[in-house]
Design a binder for this molecule. Structure first.
Ligand SMILES: [Zn+2]
Length: 130
């Protein structure tokens, strides 16, 4: 049974077939010292959108702007559907996928948003969201 995981890449990764780091910026230090899978910036918000999010975070305005972020992020993903389609194919083919990011708060992180999007298409998939 495939499982869709989300995880914080600073913690122990889940036992998935595909570990994807869905961040716009990689952190080389962690990237080389930890086994956190493949960096997949195509599933991350664009750098522009990530900069905006970081700015909101610093000003403590991320929660109030989250809905606007979701709209912008969905629009970005609609323009490059191949990457999300690949994740669907892995899960439909019985492989487990883990989506990782550095954010402490999963509720305002793209890994949780991506999991929501995937579950709309594959509602039968087991999930383990961290
Ligand atoms: Zn995140």
């Amino acid at each position: 049974m495939p499982v869709l995981y989300t995880f914080n890449v600073m913690k122990k990764p889940p036992p998935a077939d595909y570990l994807l780091q869905v961040t716009s910026y990689t952190r080389k230090r962690d990237w080389t010292s930890r086994s956190i899978g493949v960096w997949c910036p195509q599933l991350a918000p664009s750098k522009e959108l990530t900069d905006q999010v970081n700015d909101w975070k610093q000003n403590n305005r991320l929660f109030q702007n989250w809905d606007g972020f979701v709209v912008s992020y969905l629009e970005e993903q609609r323009r490059k559907p191949a990457h999300l389609e690949q994740v669907y194919r892995w899960l439909e083919g019985g492989r487990s996928v883990a989506l990782g990011c550095f954010c402490e708060e999963p509720c305002v992180c793209v890994r949780s948003l991506l999991a929501e999007i995937i579950l709309q298409r594959l509602p039968q998939i087991a999930v383990d969201l961290r």
